[in-house]
Each structure stands twice: as C-alpha cells, then as structure tokens.
Write a protein that binds this ligand. Structure first.
Ligand SMILES: NC(=O)c1ccc[n+]([C@@H]2O[C@H](COP(=O)([O-])OP(=O)(O)OC[C@H]3O[C@@H](n4cnc5c(N)ncnc54)[C@H](O)[C@@H]3O)[C@@H](O)[C@H]2O)c1
Length: 274
C-alpha cells in the first residue's frame, strides 16, 4: 500500500470482497470506513478493523454525498475510495432482456443493476472529485468484473452494467489522471462470496473448493491482496485472474469467432451440446 493512503472508504464492505479489502487495508495501517446497505454487517466489520461503519444505499446519490461529506468532516480527507458494492440477479426465463429475475423478482433487475453497478460509481466520483482535485490527489478504485470485459453467460444486465462500469473508470482516468486522480478498475472472474452462493467465504475456503469454475474460484482474501498490490503499483486494470487478459485479446482479434465460441460454451453450460 502506498504511504499516501491513510483513510479509505469501502462500499459493500460488510461482506465478501469488500470485507476482505477492509481487513487487508487495516493490516496495512489504513483507517477504514465500512459502508454497506447491511448495517449489521458493516458494524461487525468496522469493529473487526477498528474503523467506522456507515449504513448507505450506494444507488442513492444523496446518501453517497452524505457519506463522503461526513467522513471528510468526522474522520479526515478520503485518500482512497473503493466502490465495491455490486449486485447480480441472473437472467429470468432464459431471456437476456427480462425485467424481473433472480433473487428479487419484484424489482426491475436492470434498474437495480444500473443503480448499484454503474450510477453508484458516478455518484461517488461526483462527490469526491472536487475535494480530491482541490488537494491534487486521491485514489478511486471501482470494482467491476471480468463480465465488464467479456460477458457473463446467463446475466445480461450484470454484463451490460459491468461494461459500463469499466467504461466509466476509463473516462475517469482519462479525464482526471492529470489532475492527480488515480483510478483502478478491478475485473475478477469467480470469487468465493455470497454473490456466487458461498455464504461465508473464509470458512468455505478452509474446506477447499478452488477449481470447480472454469479458471478456479479465488478467495476474497486473494482478490483483496491483488487489489492492494495493484494500487501500490498504480495499475489501471487489475485482473485477479490473469487469464482474462488473454481472453480479451482473443475477443478483440476476432469478435465474430468469440461470439460463436461463447454460444458453444453457453450450450455446454445449459447441457444442450449434442
Ligand atoms: N463474487 C464474484 O464472483 C465476483 C466476480 C466479479 C466481480 N464481483 C464484484 O465484486 C463486488 C463485490 O461482490 P461480492 O462478490 O463481494 O458480493 P457480496 O454479495 O458478498 O457483497 C456485496 C456487498 O455489497 C453490499 N451491497 C449490495 N447492494 C448495496 C447497495 N445498494 N448499497 C450498499 N451496499 C450494497 C451487500 O450488502 C454486500 O455487503 C461486486 O461489485 C461484484 O459485482 C464479484
């Protein structure tokens, strides 16, 4: 971790990757603010890392502005903001364009994904940039997904919004890099968290489960470690699964061939391959 980072905010810090980032930052001597929709989980992690808990819905612009303002007032200038909270519900009824789906059938999952996976990053940047630019320094890390570079079979809303998250991080870096704003975007494949149905990642890891996904499932701790090393190196694109770089190159070199390959892979996953 760079010595410049003393105070960090982590959204979605109550569980999974966010919780692992909080713990890793604490280990590196950073003062951590744990922000999560799940207030109870945020409090538990904050207690664990000697930090502060904030209950916040990152899809609500006012709530994010309040979070940034109150941390800057009560804790100090935010050196690092990790927009990690994210949601994915899966396609419903085998349709890429379906409205309802997955865990919250009553909600429009496209809107939910848009609010949490994209607009939350915009809202955070909108609140942070004037402050960070005024002091000519600040680090913004946006957790997207490999689905934002490739595509997630079976979740169109997640794929589209994670692509948008990657594009927004690129715009942030291009527009504000020369004003002293450092930006990273994180694009993992499978990670052992509730998002892929693993309730407590740390305990599950003790049983060992790596390898049953295409390129293996990383633990949240491994991803947090990769993120912190990426920050220290000032890397824009952080790929906890290094294979993703090669897949992106293959996609870029022949998009049509990539689509045909993904169609074949989808048939295999659905058990439709002859
Ligand atoms: N687990 C994976 O396989 C995987 C792979 C690639 C990318 N990611 C991304 O990593 C990030 C973290 O996911 P995770 O795997 O740790 O999932 P998780 O479900 O374990 O944790 C997500 C956290 O975000 C919080 N959250 C959800 N909606 C929120 C909101 N509106 N406001 C504030 N907090 C909210 C949840 O309460 C939870 O604590 C997400 O952006 C996800 O898309 C995960």
């Amino acid at each position: 971790m760079t010595a410049d980072i003393r105070i960090a905010v982590v959204t979605g810090g109550g569980h999974g990757i966010g919780r692992a980032i909080c713990r890793r930052l604490k280990h590196d001597g950073v003062q951590v603010v744990v922000a999560d929709l799940d207030q109870g989980a945020a409090k538990v992690v904050a207690r664990d890392v000697g930090g502060v808990a904030h209950s916040v819905d990152v899809g609500d612009e006012n709530a994010l502005e309040l979070l940034v303002a109150s941390v800057e007032r009560d804790v100090g200038p935010i050196d690092l903001f990790v927009s990690n909270a994210g949601v994915g519900y899966g396609d419903a009824g085998d349709s890429a364009a379906s409205k309802a789906g997955g865990l919250n059938p009553a909600d429009d999952r496209w809107q939910q994904c848009w609010n949490v996976n994209v607009m939350a990053h915009v809202f955070a940047a909108r609140a942070l940039l004037p402050r960070m630019i005024a002091r000519r320094g600040g680090y913004i890390v946006n957790v997207a997904s490999a689905a934002g570079l490739l595509s997630q079979i079976g979740d169109a809303a997640y794929s589209a919004t994670k692509h948008a998250a990657v594009a927004f991080a690129e715009s942030l870096a291009i527009t504000h890099g020369e004003q002293g704003i450092q930006v990273s975007v994180v694009c993992p494949q499978a990670v052992a968290t509730r998002m892929i149905g693993i309730e407590d990642d740390s305990e599950s890891m003790q049983g060992g489960f790596g390898g049953n996904d295409v390129d293996g499932i990383l633990s949240a701790d491994e991803v947090a470690d990769c993120i912190v090393r990426g920050i220290a190196a000032g890397k824009f694109l952080i790929l906890p699964h290094p294979q993703v770089a090669e897949y992106v190159q293959r996609k870029a070199s022949d998009h049509d061939r990539w689509i045909t390959g993904m169609q074949r892979f989808r048939r295999q996953l659905m058990g439709e391959e002859q």
